[in-house]
Design a protein around this ligand. Structure first.
Ligand code: PHE
Length: 339
């Protein structure tokens, strides 16, 4: 008899279910007042000889306890599971989620690249950390040349050969090393200069570089391409003017101004009452640069240009402080949601 009860205890311990009805049936099978197994054993009790009563009673109690424990344990599990199911009720109304939007730099970068891609430029990538050769030397900045001071440089780990690029022009060299002309590329990316942070300058900003190399490329091609860009980006009435400038890697070099998009050239505080805004540096690729990457400068010529994205967003939308771009203040960012 005792062995039989012990076998029941083992069964009870092994029992499991995830259904409430099955659990109730399990409990009734043992504990039901009318037909439960325990009842039968209790009835048996009076037939047990006196010296066996104690052990018999204990074993029956063990069985009763293990049924009750099992019942309580499984009931809790099943209820917890049902609660979880309620949490996942897909018919409940959703929580309000504030959708983010693209950063104004991202939006405007895409817009600018689209304009160039439409006339055959291909967008390519280049490294933000580069060596002196690609950021300076191959671009015709000889060592110790004072032009290196035009761009205060961050060096990586005090190694004078590894720099955070000061401009996307390193991408010109990276690309030309591995490609034969003709090609037409635009190179967007982050750039770094060791400058104090102010309303007008930051140690990190974004540029888009352009490069076209082919036979017989002339300054006229450069002017026409950049005029097209200015009209597409700032509006069809936009005019441009070129002012002579200096970059080691272009000859001749020029900076380009556009008529102020805020006042239309009338004069306002954004253009400092000149009617013009400077937006980029450009020029004909210096033959030395072509030779540095193994391109025959007698056969090929090219133009290059580079512009700062922050500056252009600031000019187009009248943003007064470059720091807004990097503070992630929703009040600033959400104004560009529908661009
Ligand atoms: N790299 C120059 C700068 O950052 C811009 C530039 C690019 C000028 C290409 C000429 C040609 O100031």
């Amino acid at each position: 008899m005792i062995e039989k009860i012990k076998a029941h205890i083992e069964d009870v311990k092994a029992f499991s279910t995830s259904k409430l009805e099955e659990l109730e049936a399990f409990k009734n099978k043992f504990l039901s007042k009318k037909s439960g197994i325990l009842n039968d054993f209790f009835k048996e009790f009076k037939n047990v000889p006196v010296e066996g009563k104690k052990e018999f009673g204990q074993v029956i109690n063990n069985l009763k306890n293990s049924v009750e424990e099992k019942f309580a344990e499984l009931k809790e599990k099943i209820e917890a599971q049902n609660e979880k199911k309620v949490e996942l009720d897909l018919s409940l109304p959703g929580e309000n989620i504030n959708l983010g939007s693209q950063h104004p730099i991202t939006v405007v970068r895409r817009e600018m690249l689209d304009i160039f891609e439409k006339i055959g430029f291909v967008t390519i990538d280049s490294p933000e950390i580069d060596d002196d050769f690609h950021n300076f030397t191959a671009l015709n900045f000889p060592p110790e040349h004072p032009a290196r001071d035009m761009q205060d440089t961050f060096f990586v780990e005090k190694n004078p050969d590894v720099v955070l690029r000061t401009h996307t022009s390193n991408g010109q060299i990276r690309f030309m090393e591995n490609h034969k002309p003709p090609f037409k590329v635009v190179i967007p990316g982050r750039t770094y200069r060791n400058e104090d942070i102010s309303a007008r300058s930051h140690f990190m900003f974004h540029q888009i570089e352009g490069l076209y190399v082919d036979e017989n490329v002339s300054f006229i091609d450069l002017k026409q391409t950049l005029l097209y860009f200015a009209k597409e980006f700032f509006g069809p009435k936009t005019k441009v003017r070129f002012r002579p400038s200096y970059f080691p890697f272009t000859e001749p070099s020029a900076e380009m101004d556009v008529t102020c998009s805020i006042c239309g050239g009338e004069g306002c505080n954004v253009c400092k009452y000149t009617g013009w805004l400077e937006i980029l540096g450009s020029g004909m690729v210096d033959p030395n640069v072509l030779e540095n990457v193994g391109i025959d400068s007698k056969k090929y010529s090219g133009y290059a240009f580079g512009m700062g994205i922050e500056r252009i967003v600031m000019l187009k939308y009248g943003v007064k402080d470059i720091r807004y771009f990097f503070e992630n203040d929703m009040r600033f960012l959400s104004q560009f949601e529908n661009l």
